[in-house]
Design a binder for this molecule. Structure first.
Ligand SMILES: Cc1cc2nc3c(=O)[nH]c(=O)nc-3n(C[C@H](O)[C@H](O)[C@H](O)COP(=O)(O)OP(=O)(O)OC[C@H]3O[C@@H](n4cnc5c(N)ncnc54)[C@H](O)[C@@H]3O)c2cc1C
Length: 512
């Protein structure tokens, strides 16, 4: 993954690493020997120095070293690895590029990490049917590159040059263009999967299978807890005739938030509508050098990046309307990209915002909450008030059209207690999103990071319902356990007289 996420030497929750498979309390030597036979000796890592590469994803505050990491080269090898784990009763975690921001690919110590790096082939490009079939390790950006210039793949996470399609499917990833075009789930028409007992199955394909329950929809966004994707069929769309992009600067995020509501309220559907506040602009400008400063050389309080795409005539007309709305909401500086090079500079500034944050703060949490769009001004004010109360900087850069906030809570991990304060503040921001009628995550997933917040959003009965679905795919709970659900729950009925499971006795799991 890209190295933009600031390191967190003193995170609030760190899982102790286990040095190596042979030294862990459970003897996994038999399993490791089987894994070596399946994928080849050189593609099984068990030494601490090899495993450290995989100790976390983009959420660096959590670390854990797995017993082994395997890099299979085919779906059959993935199936063999998962079947071996199943026979041994050992949990496994799938990993794409490790750019996730919620700890979804955090390894399980005494578990196996299945890394998709070598599963990086584009299997079929079928422009006539608007389809592409890829292995899960293919990067998001490679999909558009493979079908361009006539077509493109719309879901475009800012991490798109590194993140994998397998990870996008597992997280139901979004991006700047999802407001108009929809999320990953709107583009997956088929999946080949390895279930937790090693069985290879297919859901949908080039044409999604509309009969029966939508199992494809259930898998997308399941964060690796229902199995491992080994092949993905995606819908692609024709490239728009024209694209027009502007950036408008405002004296407050409230004004910019109002412009978002008014643009959408006017019936305009921009391809993308992204907002950055003063701190985010300042950090991005330091890295991207897009000239995003006012005439006085100072950073403006808010920037709105708006892109319209589609038929030339309609775009021109709608674009003028957008400029009008921005000016009516208080913008005195609207800059229209004059050519592709300038458009790319605008986007570079927007996409630099996360990685650039490392320039103004040694550590930060990336939050990911959703609110109804009309609540943007109020919730942004609330975030400012919370930042002041906690004495911490919070920068905001987000997909404004979707109401998908990404507050970046800055802190210094070397200052005693600051990481904990930052984590508490992050939780309060999520509470504010829920109070506004929103959600605890828009696109980064629940992972380990937000599972404690799940009961704020779902009743016990809802969580049980999720668990029933999970049990149908993975009765033993071997696929990415400890993620998404707030308390580990045990699947399956035990035949014969009731015997308490050791995890249950230890108070670590509850019987479902
Ligand atoms: C700078 C930066 C910007 C970002 N911007 C965005 C953004 O705009 N929008 C957005 O949505 N996200 C964004 N992200 C988050 C992240 O890039 C996405 O969540 C991405 O989809 C993760 O892909 P990955 O390959 O890195 O997956 P990983 O981090 O490796 O894994 C993520 C999850 O997917 C599961 N998984 C991986 N592969 C498979 C598989 N083959 N089968 C089943 N499960 C699997 C893992 O177990 C884990 O639960 C950003 C991250 C960074 C660092």
């Amino acid at each position: 993954m890209d190295g933009g996420v600031a390191a967190a030497p003193e995170g609030p929750a760190t899982v102790e690493p286990a040095p190596e498979a042979t030294a862990s309390p459970r003897d996994l030597r038999d399993l490791v020997a089987q894994l070596r036979r399946i994928v080849g000796d050189e593609w099984v890592y068990t030494h601490a120095h090899q495993l450290r590469t995989y100790e976390s994803d983009g959420l660096l505050q959590y670390t854990s070293i797995p017993a082994a990491a395997v890099l299979p080269d085919s779906a059959e090898e993935v199936a063999g690895v998962v079947a071996a784990c199943h026979r041994a009763g050992v949990p496994f975690v799938a990993r794409g590029a490790g750019s996730g921001l919620s700890g979804g690919a955090l390894p399980i110590s005494e578990g196996v990490l299945i890394v998709a790096t070598r599963l990086n082939r584009i299997l079929e490009v079928d422009l006539d049917n608007h389809r592409i079939c890829v292995e899960p390790g293919v990067t998001n950006a490679s999909v558009s590159a493979a079908v361009g210039p006539g077509f493109f793949y719309p879901p475009d996470p800012s991490s798109q040059i590194v993140c994998s399609i397998g990870g996008n499917v597992a997280e139901n990833s979004g991006g700047a263009h999802c407001f108009k075009y929809g999320f990953t789930t709107n583009y997956v028409t088929g999946l080949e999967l390895v279930l937790s007992d090693g069985e290879l199955v297919q859901l949908g394909g080039k044409a999604p299978d509309p009969a029966g329950y939508d199992l494809l929809g259930a898998f997308v966004g399941s964060e690796g807890t229902l199995g491992v994707a080994t092949k993905v069929w995606l819908r692609i769309v024709p490239a728009p005739e024209t694209t027009k992009t502007l950036v408008a600067f405002f004296d407050s995020t409230r004004e910019a938030g109002q412009a978002v509501s008014d643009i959408v309220g006017a019936g305009i559907v921009p391809g993308a509508i992204e907002m950055m506040d003063e701190k985010a602009i300042e950090a991005a400008e330091a890295m991207a050098k897009a000239g995003w400063v006012g005439a006085d050389g100072l950073t403006r309080k808010a920037a709105l990046l708006v892109e319209l795409d589609g038929a030339e005539h309609e775009c021109e007309t709608r674009f003028r309307e957008v400029v009008g709305v921005c000016e009516a909401c208080g913008s005195d500086d609207v800059r229209v990209a004059r050519d592709d090079a300038e458009r790319e500079r605008f986007w570079k500034a927007r996409k630099a915002a996360f990685p650039a944050m490392g320039r103004i703060s040694p550590n930060y949490f990336v939050q990911d909450g959703v609110i109804p769009r009309t609540k943007l001004p109020d919730v942004l004010d609330r975030i400012d008030a919370l930042a002041e109360e906690y004495g911490l900087i919070v920068a905001n850069v987000f997909h404004a059209g979707d109401g998908n906030l990404h507050p970046l809570v800055c802190y210094d991990g070397t200052v005693d207690g600051e990481a904990d304060r930052a984590e508490e503040l992050s939780g309060k921001i999520l509470d504010a999103c829920l109070e506004a009628g929103g959600s605890i995550t828009g696109e980064h997933g629940v992972g380990v990071d937000k599972k404690k917040h799940m009961p704020k959003m779902f009743a016990e009965a809802d969580l049980d319902c999720f668990q029933r679905l999970r049990c149908a795919f993975d009765p033993e709970g071997l696929a990415n356990p400890g993620k998404v659900m707030p308390t580990p729950r045990l699947c399956g009925e035990v035949p014969g007289p009731y015997r308490q499971h050791p995890l249950e006795a230890a108070g670590l799991a509850e019987r479902f």
